[in-house]
Design a binder for this molecule. Structure first.
Ligand SMILES: Nc1ncnc2c1ncn2[C@@H]1O[C@H](COP(=O)(O)OP(=O)(O)O)[C@@H](O)[C@H]1O
Ligand SMILES: [Mg+2]
Length: 322
């Protein structure tokens, strides 16, 4: 992609730690994200995703650890590291009272583009993000989705080879979300390395070639979707809602689970129960009987194949959405 110093496209993070006072927001994070791939950082609010993004973009100073972008150390060679780095922040980085075109010109100029080259890039980006018709309008009149697309455009004016996207689809209508997914895959297919943070597991499953799951600053799982599914296990997940006497539920399920440990209670709350079950559908009658005996009332039952959500529950004992 025309990087004159032939650096290897991508991000390498080694042992990244970020403390805010006594609080550790990122705790020993290490991974490598490569060109031509979408690397997903998936985790609930507060997991440390934006803090990690801040460290990679050079906005936040790491407490310890090392980060390189396109082979350049972000702390020691910030200019070289940032030259082909595009950042699309969680908080919109656009000026609502500056026409869309001028927002793009502003960011292009900030990266050293001038004259005809700048004009051409701005036109190209307007086309890419589908805002040619609205180029002269003020972003404050745009829908949330259009603002997100412009925010994305501002991050790619200088043709970055590494793009950081921090929860780009929050508050976006379904149509704009689809467009954003297309924009991301286009950049990926052109060889860019994309780091994509999200707390939506469907998004990670759909978009990412490789996924790291974060919780409380730590990486708790890492791999391709297929690998992570395997970690989640072969067992179906049965989610029951209703009313459950928590203390009594575990023993009765354990009792019908023996001798082969065919059932495992992953989550037991007064209004929700999640059970990992081998061939769950054939075991439903026994489960219902046992629960009834324990004084439970079941109002709804859902059966799911293992996915990232079930993996997250298995690893943390809580729901990703919570
Ligand atoms: N500047 C800061 N000062 C103190 N605490 C912070 C600061 N920025 C983030 N945090 C805390 O660090 C944790 C991780 O935040 P963040 O990286 O924004 O998570 P995420 O992006 O995954 O939702 C949160 O508990 C947050 O409150
Ligand atoms: Mg965040």
């Amino acid at each position: 992609m025309g990087d004159t110093d032939h650096a290897k496209t991508g991000i390498v993070i080694t042992g990244l730690v970020k403390n805010f006072g006594e609080f550790r927001a990122v705790d020993d994070l290490s991974f490598r994200a490569e060109g031509g791939r979408v690397f997903g950082l998936l985790g609930p609010n507060g997991a440390g995703k934006s803090t990690a993004i801040g460290c990679i973009s050079g906005l936040t100073k790491p407490t310890s650890g090392m980060i390189t972008v396109n082979d350049h150390d972000i702390v020691r060679e910030p200019r070289a590291a940032k030259r082909r780095l595009g950042v699309v922040p969680q908080e919109l980085a656009i000026y609502p009272d500056l026409p869309a075109r001028d927002n793009l010109r502003y960011w292009g100029a900030a990266f050293g583009l001038r004259g005809e080259e700048l004009g051409q890039r701005v036109d190209d980006v307007l086309e890419t993000i589908g805002l040619v018709d609205r180029a002269g309008d003020l972003p404050r009149t745009f829908s949330g989705g259009m603002q997100r697309r412009l925010n994305f455009g501002c991050g790619i004016v200088h043709e970055p080879t590494v793009i950081l996207l921090d929860e780009p689809t929050v508050g976006v209508d379904p149509q704009s979300r689809e467009r954003l997914y297309e924009l991301v895959t286009e950049q990926r297919d052109q060889g860019a390395c994309i780091l994509y943070t999200t707390h939506y597991m469907e998004e990670a499953e759909r978009l990412c070639d490789e996924i790291a799951i974060m919780d409380h600053g730590r990486m708790i799982a890492h791999g391709s979707l297929a690998e992570l599914r395997q970690t989640a296990g072969e067992h179906d997940h049965l989610t029951l809602t209703g009313h459950f006497p928590v203390e009594e539920v575990r023993p009765v399920i354990d009792a019908i689970s023996e001798p082969h440990r065919l059932l495992e209670v992953l989550l037991a709350e007064p209004n929700q129960l999640v059970i990992a079950a081998h061939e769950a559908s054939t075991r439903l009658p026994a489960i219902f009987r046992a629960l009834e005996g324990a004084g439970a009332r079941v109002s709804e039952t859902t059966l799911r194949r293992p996915n990232l959500e079930t993996l997250f529950i298995k690893l943390t004992g809580k729901e990703l959405r919570a």
